[in-house]
Design a protein around this ligand. Structure first.
Ligand SMILES: [Zn+2]
Ligand SMILES: [Zn+2]
Length: 151
């Protein structure tokens, strides 16, 4: 699949190339550090701007990690995740269940869809064993408040 890359600046092209070589999503900050380490003279603001342009061109997609950080990949590295709310670990899901829906929406609403996100949140297997304890701590903290509001 060939992508329209005309009109991109040198920085935007090199960021796109760099993202294509990665096999996992990266934050703008990390991307900046990596680019600098390959001797590219580029500023953090330029990295952010370039990612924004690439996103509007439908070349790059963004997802938000549990810590609120934005992570970027190319749209071709399309991936869904199960994300653990306790430890923040993301487990990649092999398939995309909504490609067909996307095609349908494009056709019926003549909307040009660049990408979609779908993410599942919950607890990973190790964290399922740890959580009851932290839930109990929360409850003991909450009891006095509930009692006082009841009287
Ligand atoms: Zn976990
Ligand atoms: Zn998908």
């Amino acid at each position: 699949m060939s992508v329209v890359k005309t009109g991109l600046t040198r920085h935007q092209q090199s960021i796109l190339k760099f993202l294509e070589k990665l096999d996992s999503p990266i934050s703008a900050q990390n991307l900046y550090v990596q680019l600098r380490s390959t001797n590219q003279r580029i500023g953090l603001a330029t990295v952010y701007r370039a990612l924004e342009v690439l996103k509007l061109r439908g070349l790059v997609q963004r997802r938000t990690a549990t810590n609120g950080e934005s992570l970027y990949t190319t749209v071709h590295q399309h991936q869904h995740y199960l994300t653990c709310m306790q430890c923040g670990q993301s487990i990649a899901v092999d398939s995309c269940p909504i490609r067909e829906l996307e095609t349908q929406l494009c056709q019926s609403l003549s909307f040009k869809v660049y990408y979609h996100t779908l993410e599942f949140f919950g607890l990973c297997a190790p964290c399922q064993l740890e959580v009851p304890q932290s839930l109990n701590e929360d409850e003991t903290n909450r009891i006095p408040v509930e009692l006082s509001s009841h009287s």
